[in-house]
Ligand binder design. Structure first.
Ligand SMILES: Cc1cc2nc3c(=O)[nH]c(=O)nc-3n(C[C@H](O)[C@H](O)[C@H](O)COP(=O)(O)OP(=O)(O)OC[C@H]3O[C@@H](n4cnc5c(N)ncnc54)[C@H](O)[C@@H]3O)c2cc1C
Length: 348
């Protein structure tokens, strides 16, 4: 489709706003529809842009370092474009010597090495970290603040001519394209049958307003801790199959304990909890690209890496509309990868 296509983006989370901005920058006439102004998964998230530790520590994305790094690399330009502050101080894996040996082995499998931190350097970077813990620092994993980033994306989109509508999208209607970026929502399943492939994964996160946490993000055994504006954020639970955005003290308890193991001062400290629902595909990567329904494009299913992957998803979505090259990762994100192939059909 040539420049000037009319596009509805359904969903104003990280994926929808990034797609809307990229489409507007490509010359499209874009409206973003979302019925809620309340917290979605994107607002609840920790905001880590963590290609290395996600590939090293999460089996689901162990083979995707190249793709995750490519997405992370797009953040440099996007941050400048939208006025988003990205913290590049790095992330330290923190734990027992035995666990760090596993972390180092994971990094070696990826052809990478972290920097072993002397204990006094760790204490300087993360004051109050539990005694006896050791650390390996990786500079490749960055972080942003989701709240300000959402606001900055919305501002940049508005300035680029994007129109916002406070209601749910129900169909493509008369526009050229409908981009479905509805997170775990299933309201557009008739327009985009591929949404049936998504499953929910609830995530809960803690915020300790009275604790700063230091200068780098930490990945520990059973929890991560990121120094955020409103205090230290500690996350996150992974609750597959649960589609409920309410805080639950029972399933939250192990995370509270893990927080205390990282920072003893957090034991008994005041915290606020929040929950969001991630949407996941069967292989852990998003669906970005054309639906089987003509005129419909998917931008969903980024699981626990929606912030990291958002600019890459936006690039693929925009290429679908403009007809430009979608880049080398589009095939791995193609929604059609989950459909059964007919005998004799070649590789896509
Ligand atoms: C606790 C937690 C921590 C996380 N930490 C990280 C992290 O550190 N780094 C990272 O990269 N990712 C993280 N994630 C994952 C990340 O938050 C998600 O992958 C990402 O936010 C998904 O963005 P989205 O735009 O697809 O969905 P959402 O943010 O859920 O947005 C979807 C939007 O669609 C709207 N919508 C639904 N139906 C309709 C409709 N019919 N019409 C219009 N609008 C509709 C909803 O109202 C919602 O606003 C975390 C998630 C959680 C829960």
């Amino acid at each position: 489709m040539s420049r000037g296509a009319e596009v509805i983006v359904a969903g104003a989370g990280a994926l929808g706003l990034n797609a809307a901005l990229a489409l507007a920058d490509a010359g499209c006439s874009v409206s973003v529809w979302d019925p809620t102004d309340g917290p979605n998964a994107s607002a609840v998230a920790a905001g880590m842009l963590a290609p290395v530790f996600e590939a090293a520590l999460d089996a689901e994305t162990a083979g995707d370092l190249d793709l995750l790094l490519a997405a992370r690399n797009l953040w440099a330009g996007l941050a400048a474009r939208a006025g988003i502050e990205v913290d590049r101080s790095g992330t330290a894996a923190v734990g027992s010597e035995a666990w760090l040996a596993e972390v180092r082995a994971g990094l070696t499998r990826l052809g990478l090495r972290g920097a072993d931190l002397p204990r006094d350097t760790l204490e300087d970077l993360a004051p109050g970290v539990a005694p006896g813990l050791q650390a390996v620092l990786v500079r490749e994993d960055w972080r942003l603040e989701p709240g300000p980033a959402l606001r900055a994306l919305r501002q940049a989109a508005l300035a680029a001519g994007v129109v916002f509508r406070g209601e749910a999208a129900r169909e493509r209607g008369r526009v050229d394209w409908l981009v479905v970026a509805t997170g775990a929502g299933q309201g557009l399943a008739r327009a985009a049958p591929e949404l049936a492939r998504l499953s929910p994964i609830k995530g809960q996160i803690l915020r300790f307003p009275d604790v700063t946490g230091g200068r780098v993000s930490l990945r520990g055994e059973g929890a991560y801790a990121v120094p955020a504006t409103g205090g230290l954020a500690v996350g996150a639970t992974m609750e597959p199959g649960v589609d409920d955005p309410r805080v639950d003290p029972v399933t939250l308890a192990p995370l509270v304990h893990a927080a205390g193991r990282l920072f003893p001062a957090l034991d008994g400290a005041t915290f606020a909890a929040a929950a969001g629902v991630r949407a996941a595909t069967p292989d852990g990567l998003p669906m970005a690209g054309p639906s089987a329904t003509p005129g419909v494009i998917l931008a969903v299913g980024a699981r626990r890496n929606g912030w990291l992957l958002a600019p890459l998803v936006a690039q693929v979505v925009t290429a679908c509309v403009t007809g430009r090259d979608a880049g080398p990762y589009a095939v791995r994100l193609d929604p059609a990868r989950f459909e059964e192939r007919r005998i004799g059909e070649g590789a896509r």
